[in-house]
Design a protein around this ligand. Structure first.
Ligand SMILES: Cc1cc2nc3c(=O)[nH]c(=O)nc-3n(C[C@H](O)[C@H](O)[C@H](O)COP(=O)(O)OP(=O)(O)OC[C@H]3O[C@@H](n4cnc5c(N)ncnc54)[C@H](O)[C@@H]3O)c2cc1C
Length: 386
């Protein structure tokens, strides 16, 4: 058991770690520059996809199977449904085969006993009438999955943390933990030194700036998010319009039913390398690209008004796997980052993975999150890399 732990960053990695380490008996403090949830944190948004659809990657599909039960239980725990198990629509413009994300996901999940609703050129417009008839000729609906109100989840977890006696210090920004020796505390931007036996750096896209030696393995990447004022006429709510991924492995486009009065669409592609501290603007080239996609796929939305855009940040690892482990040389330092644009859905297990790493409990379950040198670059199965 750890005695005291400082957690740098109050996103989903940080708050989950805090609750788990507290439950294991540690005295935990979260240091966060802004309010918690921080409006600019990657975890803070109106919605995030919750899916077990990971192409041929059984590692993540298996982890998600356990998480789905935990997400359902959280709706009771939080006292309101923040996880919406509407099902997920996976659409393909060409017949699915095992070489595509869509086909590989269908085969992998079917082989694992998931009952998926196969779609075709005829059933897609019947089942999901907002989509342009004839554009998508294949696909499926995975009933096990949907989306979560991510910002509200972090808010609920933070209030649980406070209620449990976990100290959350807002307005505190930690300075980089440069150097090579053991870590027994942090220095804040305001010059305060805070001593501790264990520091967990869970600062999302800011993590490579705080642990500079990881600059070759972790990087901040900006991704565009669009909120539209939905056309009243179109059927853009579940069950006639589900969270979706449309040829996501090649286009990157995915989106959500109307929620809080807006229709959210985002891109899970290469993204743009950014300085996380710089102003975050969605490059102008994205909106015409999106409208061109919508004109062919979701014509009712193609002319809709954009009410908000956001450049949200991934902490990209070189191989798309999370980076959750104790530093091999620097005693007292643990890194929990590398969400690579797909970690929120694993919230129910992130706390355990981080606490195990902090306590030095090796678990085969987290083998792909272990500390590692840079090697072959690759991305998560659904990520469009062209
Ligand atoms: C556009 C977009 C869409 C996504 N969609 C999905 C999805 O559909 N499904 C899914 O599963 N995942 C999705 N993700 C990924 C997911 O949101 C992230 O992997 C996850 O939220 C990362 O959490 P985090 O705690 O590492 O980072 P963050 O949530 O960014 O939290 C990091 C925290 O650290 C704080 N911090 C920064 N610097 C310092 C410092 N110096 N000192 C103290 N604190 C500091 C920040 O203020 C912040 O609150 C998406 C991400 C983005 C950007």
């Amino acid at each position: 058991m750890l005695s005291d732990v400082l957690i740098v960053g109050g996103g989903v990695f940080g708050v989950e770690a805090a609750l788990e380490l507290h439950a294991r008996g540690a005295t935990v403090t979260i240091l966060e520059p802004g309010p918690l949830p921080h409006p600019d944190a990657s975890s803070t948004d109106i919605s995030k996809l919750i899916r077990a659809d990971y192409g041929t990657d059984v590692f993540y599909a298996e982890l998600m199977e356990g998480c789905l039960d935990a997400w359902r239980a959280r709706n009771t725990r939080f006292g309101r449904p923040l996880f919406h198990e509407t099902g997920l629509a996976v659409l393909s413009q060409r017949p699915m085969d095992s070489s595509t994300f869509e086909g590989a996901s269908f085969e992998t999940l079917s082989a694992r006993g998931h009952v998926l609703e196969r779609l075709d050129e005829k059933t897609i417009p019947e089942r999901l009438p907002a989509w342009q008839p004839g554009r998508y000729v294949d696909g499926y609906i995975n009933p096990r999955g949907g989306w979560a109100e991510s910002g509200e989840v972090v808010r609920a977890l933070a209030s649980e943390a406070r209620a449990a006696g976990i100290q959350i210090r807002e307005g505190v920004r930690v300075r980089p933990l440069s150097g090579s020796g053991p870590v027994d505390g942090v220095q804040t931007e305001s010059g305060e030194r805070i001593a501790t036996s264990t520091v967990v750096v869970a600062a999302g896209a800011f993590t490579p700036a705080l642990v500079p030696e990881l600059g070759d393995r972790l990087a901040a990447v900006g991704q565009p998010v669009f909120h539209f004022d939905p056309p009243a006429s179109a059927p853009l709510t579940a069950p006639r319009f589900l969270p979706w991924a449309a040829d996501i492995g090649t286009t990157g486009w995915y989106g959500f039913p109307v929620h809080t009065g807006v229709l959210k669409i985002a891109n899970h592609g290469r993204g743009v390398p950014v300085d996380p501290a710089a102003e975050r603007l969605v490059p102008a080239s994205w909106e015409p690209k999106l409208r061109a996609f919508l004109a062919g796929a979701l014509p009712s939305v193609a002319e809709a008004r954009v009410v908000r855009t956001r450049l949200c940040l991934y902490c990209d690892s070189f191989d798309g796997d999370f980076f959750i482990d104790a530093h091999p040389e620097r005693r007292g330092l643990v890194v929990a980052a590398g969400g690579s644009g797909h970690a929120f859905k694993f919230a129910p297990l992130l706390g355990k993975a981080i606490a195990d790493a902090a306590e030095g409990v090796p678990r085969d379950r987290w083998r792909r999150f272990a500390w590692r040198e840079r090697s072959v670059a690759r991305s998560e199965a659904a990520r469009a890399t062209e």
